[in-house]
Design a protein around this ligand. Structure first.
Ligand SMILES: CSC[C@H]1O[C@@H](n2cnc3c(O)ncnc32)[C@H](O)[C@@H]1O
Ligand SMILES: [Zn+2]
Length: 439
């Protein structure tokens, strides 16, 4: 293997492969060919290796790209519009009226590119999104070079995008057709939430997901109001209702899942449901603290998401990973809850498992695609360097993310975006601010 020519040879002070918890390789290198990791070289093998491009990362961690398991990318354009509110007040009195006036194909394209710029700059390589105007989201993913899961949103009521559930489904499935051959783009079905989607529609979603082999992405058990509202309307908690409708399966990515009994945790474990944990959004909307430690102990696959920039307000998976580790501790009064290595695994491999792409990304392993990030630990803020795993979760900031590759393509090099123009992203955001204020 020593003399094989690679497209890229990435030599790093530390590699966190995430194959085994706590594992760190020192002074190793990753050989990439055709966008794929083809070798992990030991220190003594590096001198003999040749490559078209040598990337030296002498004080950096190289690790899998972060997987944002729940987001609404285009909501970057609504960032900071309505803060310090509870979920239903925030949605019904602020966000939905704003979306009704402004969301369009152009809004989604511009907002998604802004989001992707921010996400690359904080180490995210995959986004699992749900919003409106899906072709615009997919085009943004292709333009930016981000691995993009586009959730076809489904609601019962009219919005700028659809009239009723059947209309949302028909439009979403038609937009999906345009991107079927794109390796970076995968469409999912995204019924918004138990309080906005009927039994009939959930049944249709399950049937369609099975027919088309699609994932389902839905907000579930986000607030106590949601749970109590369901008891009033259906005489059942949302999860029991969804179980009866056949929604619980390994296809389902349930966003939030804050309010869960021990029986409900056992139920999601039994059905192989994955959970997208959104610690900052849950704190900011005062939704509550998800029982992540119990979920992990029950064997549930829990990944991490940012939610949208109007409820976070950052799309920073490095910060979200830290929040996930910290919130678990304060929620249980147990400092051992969600240790650093577990938090990293949640933000990488667990996200990949939820999305059914763990054979392709989520670890630094030979045979996987080179969705990788480098984090420079040479800063004052991350000195001294006893333990890179600790620093990634507890000390490093997104400004230390130096390089990001998706399928071996550098989308961030020395902190500079290569596929997106920062000045343009900011100018477009400002245009939208002016337009939104004028209406
Ligand atoms: C139909 S998907 C997009 C839809 O969801 C809204 N939204 C954003 N964040 C949340 C959240 O935390 N809970 C519920 N709904 C949310 C977004 O504004 C769109 O209308
Ligand atoms: Zn959400």
């Amino acid at each position: 293997m020593q003399n094989t020519a690679f497209d890229q040879l990435i030599c790093a002070r530390w590699i966190i492969p995430v194959e085994q918890d706590g594992q760190v390789l020192e002074n190793h290198a990753v050989g990439v060919r055709n966008g794929r990791i083809v070798a992990i070289l030991r220190p003594e093998e590096i001198a003999g290796a040749s490559a078209a491009e040598h990337i030296n990362l002498p004080q950096h961690v190289l690790m899998p790209g972060l997987i944002n398991l729940h987001g609404h990318s285009a909501m970057t354009l609504l960032r900071g519009m309505a803060d310090d509110k509870a979920l239903m007040d925030w949605l019904q009195n602020h966000i939905w009226p704003a979306e009704g006036k402004h969301v369009s194909d152009a809004f989604v394209f511009d907002g998604a590119l802004l989001a992707m710029g921010e996400m690359f700059r904080s180490g995210t390589t995959t986004i699992n999104d749900m919003y409106f105007f899906h072709a615009a989201m997919a085009r943004a993913g292709l333009a930016a070079g981000m691995r993009t899961f586009v959730g076809c949103s489904i609601l019962e009521f009219p919005t700028v995008y659809g009239q009723n559930a059947d209309d949302y489904i028909a439009k979403g499935m038609a937009e999906r057709q345009q991107f079927l051959g794109e390796e970076l783009i995968t469409f999912t079905l995204a019924p918004h939430a138990p309080y906005t989607v009927s039994d009939d529609t959930f049944r249709k979603v399950v049937t369609l997901a099975e027919q088309e082999d699609m994932l389902i992405h839905c907000h579930i058990h986000e607030t106590l109001d949601e749970v109590n509202g369901s008891i009033d309307q259906y005489q059942q908690r949302p999860l029991a209702r969804l179980a009866g409708l056949g929604l619980l399966s390994p296809r389902l990515i349930a966003a939030h899942m804050v309010h869960l009994s021990d029986e409900e945790i056992a139920l999601v474990a039994k059905h192989g449901v994955s959970i997208a944990h959104n610690p900052t959004s849950n704190m900011k909307l005062a939704s509550g603290i998800a029982p992540v430690q119990k979920l992990l102990a029950a064997g549930v696959n829990v990944g991490i998401g940012t939610d949208g920039a109007a409820s976070n307000n950052k799309l920073d998976m490095l910060s979200e990973t830290r929040m996930g580790a910290l919130l678990a501790k304060v929620g249980t009064l147990d400092p051992t809850a969600v240790p650093a290595a577990t938090a990293i695994r949640m933000a990488t491999l667990h996200g990949a498992q939820a999305l059914g792409i763990a054979d392709k990304v989520g670890t630094v392993s030979v045979g996987k695609q080179a969705d990788l990030i480098a984090v420079d630990l040479s800063a004052v803020e991350t000195s001294p360097q006893f333990d890179p795993i600790s620093h990634i979760v507890y000390a490093a900031g997104r400004e230390q993310v130096s390089h990001v590759w998706v399928n071996g393509r550098a989308v961030l090099r020395e902190r500079t975006l290569t596929t997106l123009n920062e000045a343009e992203l900011k100018a477009k955001a400002e245009d939208w601010r002016v337009r939104i204020l004028a209406k």
